[in-house]
Design a binder for this molecule. Sequence first.
Ligand SMILES: [Ca+2]
Length: 226
Amino acid sequence: MMKKISSLALLLVCVALAACHKKNPESASASVVASEAASAVVAATPASTTPEVLTEEQEERKRKQELLDYSMMEDQNLNDAKGQWAASASASTYYGEGSKSTSNAPMNATGAPNGETWSNSQQDMGFDWLEVGYAKPTNATEVRVVFTGSHGVESVTKMELQDTDGKWNTVWSGVSDQKYERRGPRSWFVRKFDKTAYKVKAVKLTFANNVSRGYKEVDAVQIVGE
Ligand SMILES: [Ca+2]
């Protein structure tokens, strides 16, 4: 189809040029014919499927907008009046356990994010869990886990909530649908659910270490409720 139209356009251009050569006074009308043929070619061209090419300035603006979106998301979470940070923590393992160092101990997952993290001891074998407790049990609607690095956020496989009687309830399990955050230094793993009828006093996260190979690092765990 395109080839045919292009040939037609070429032919018309040739005719126009010939006319032009023969009779100068007719050149105006001949040009019109040629330009009409060119328009027909343009109209027959299918809509371009090539992605929009941004200028350097537009690219820079888009990048900054993404960074701003991240800042706003994080600021909202950090200052959420209904949010509560963990007050206590324990875990199946931690990196450096047995040595005097507590730089990767579970307690690093308590309080607001501060860059200090709990890290498990296995990169790709078995499962690990992290359990955090809250000072004020709450009817929860959401849990937000703040990770550094990429492996933790992609390998969470279960989230359980403990009521004040000590009973555990699984609110989510499966393959993590949340990815490593590239817009900022922390990845927020967020799970929302119907407000619990019971008051939540602890959250337990389970990691399948082989799903994303590497140490799992949690900076903080926030529960949202009232
Ligand atoms: Ca921390």
